[in-house]
Design a binder for this molecule. Structure first.
Ligand SMILES: [Zn+2]
Length: 211
């Protein structure tokens, strides 16, 4: 059985996040939204409440999404996490979830993801840090990402797929139908390999932390 955890990053977006929630609702699938604090308008906050009401999880994806935290000072990086953490505290999953901003043109897992200061903050606050193992690059290929995602997750027992509200919404019905057809077991649990810090306890984080 192929288990798939779907994650939607970089929202909320007033139009796209509503479309994503509609599609997930039609398919009876629960997912996780990693949100950017500075993008949460009043309407965005209502969408996040709706998401929680509909069984989805809300996680922290930095305040400004201005780049990998490992390229900032520890003070700046901690502020990126804490400011959004405070804003979504009433809606956030328990334990709280954090997804770092990928390096390069996006999606790259390397030592730029975190620095020692923000690792300490994530530990103390009891965060689970959620990485990924399937990146269909919907931001580059808004038409073709569904095929890419099906191929990339085909051989993975437990996939954690990175999508983005604004790029994935249009083809989401199609993607969910194809996963369902393949017998996918949709889950909100993340693969162990994608959670190097779990409820504040860190495993092997050497590859994702700069000095
Ligand atoms: Zn992002």
């Amino acid at each position: 059985m192929n288990r798939v955890a779907l994650t939607f990053d970089n929202g909320p977006d007033e139009r796209a996040t509503a479309l994503v929630l509609d599609a997930l609702g039609r398919a009876d699938v629960r997912a996780t939204f990693f949100v950017v604090g500075s993008r949460i308008t009043a309407a965005g906050m209502r969408l996040l409440r709706r998401a929680v009401d509909e069984g989805h999880l809300i996680g922290n994806h930095t305040w400004s999404h201005s780049g990998p935290l490992g390229e900032m000072t520890s003070r700046e990086a901690v502020a990126e996490i804490a400011r959004t953490g405070d804003l979504i505290a009433g809606l956030a999953a328990s334990p709280p979830l954090f997804r770092p901003v990928g390096g390069g043109e996006g999606g790259v897992i390397d030592r730029r993801l975190l620095n020692t200061g923000c690792v300490e903050h994530l530990r103390v606050q009891g965060y689970t840090t959620v990485l990924w193992n399937v990146v269909p690059r919907d931001w580059i290929d808004p038409d073709g990402w569904v095929e890419t995602a099906m191929t990339l997750s085909g051989d993975i027992d437990h996939a954690c797929v990175v999508l983005h509200d604004i790029h994935a919404a249009a083809r989401l019905d199609d993607y969910l139908a194809r996963l369902r057809e393949r017998g996918t077991d949709f889950t909100q649990e993340f693969p162990a390999e994608c959670t190097p810090i779990l409820a504040g306890r860190s495993g092997d984080i050497r590859g994702i932390v700069s000095d």
